[in-house]
Each structure stands twice: as C-alpha cells, then as structure tokens.
Write a protein that binds this ligand. Sequence first.
Ligand code: GRF
Length: 205
Amino acid sequence: MMKIGVLISGGGTNLQAVIDAVHGKSGDIAVVISNKADAYGLERAQKADIPTSVILESDCADVDDFNKKMIGVLKDYGVELVVLAGFMRILTPAFIAAYPNRIVNIHPALIPSFCGEGFYGMRVHRAIFEYGAKVSGPTVHFVNEEADGGPIIAQKAVAIDDCDSPEAIAETVLREEHKLLPWVVEQICLGRVHVDGRLVTIDKA
Ligand code: GRF
C-alpha cells in the first residue's frame, strides 16, 4: 500500500477527508506534518492513530533547513506520496526534487484562474466574488517550483451564482474539495495517474 505523508497548517478538513476515504484502504497515511503546533489537523491525525510531527520554522535556521527537516521525517516514514492539505508554506526546489511528480496540492479555485502568489485562503474567494465569476471549484495539481503552477490532475467546476458572499463560495468549494482530493489520492495510490509533461491522464475505473 502506498505510504502517504500529509502536510497541514490548519483545521485539516481535507486531511480528514483523506483519512476517511483513503487511509487503510487504497493508501496508508504514514505521517502528518504540521508547521503549526496548534493545528487542529494534528488532533484529527492523533484520533486516527496516525503519527504526527510538528516542525516549527522558528526552530529552523532558514527555509532550506525547514524543508530539509520535513524531507527527513517523510523519508524516515518511507513516504512515497506527499499531500499538501491546507499547507501554507512554499516548498523549496530541494523538496520538490525529492518527490518528482509525487507532491499534490489542492487549490480552492480553477487554476489558472485566481491562483499563484498571494492567492490563498479567503483571498481567493474574495477575488472571485468581487470579479463576479459564475463558477468556481477546486483544482488538485502536482507541485512544481511555480506557486500553483504544476500539472493539473483534476478539477471540479461548480456554480456559484447563488453565493451571496465570499464565505458562501468558500463553503461551496470546500465541499467539493473534500470529494476531489481523496479521489485523486486514491487514483494515484491505485497507479491510475500518468504524467506526460504537463498532460495528466487518469485510467478509467
Ligand atoms: C482549503 O480551502 C484548501 O483549498 C486550501 O486550504 C484550505 C485547507 O483547509 N489549500 P483545511 O485545513 O483542509 O480544512
């Protein structure tokens, strides 16, 4: 069973979705790493008896040291697939090189719209609301050195024309995230995802 490492920074609802749908089924979450000691996602992992590790940037000499420490923990647990689930830090080229096309991230918008530098959390949904977009939805992509720039694995567009606030958009999109991320992780664990340059294909079940 493929060993998965999940990186979080906050509440961990996406982590919970992967625990519920994948852990002990198509994959094994070997460790959850957080850069925040108070991330509620750590409690979610502990409740599922999944090992956790907190790596504080304040304990690291610099961003390279921080990433080296994360890679060390992931390798110690034999992690083969890294899932960023609300992880709010950029990874270094060394980290990305350690897991080529084996790091996935979920972004709460339809890349290449509303993504890249500065587009995270509620800033994404506020920009979408102000722009007057009629659809939005999550994107799951492989991580490369460009923020939100890696090959797209899957997306789900949903209507948001009846959302009367950025918060309503966030809620609508998060519901879809909780379906899309576990599904993509499962497809990768089952060996159904293939990458050719920027083109990602998924075998039909
Ligand atoms: C989600 O909106 C996700 O798209 C973004 O960060 C948020 C994570 O939420 N990357 P949670 O911590 O998984 O609840």
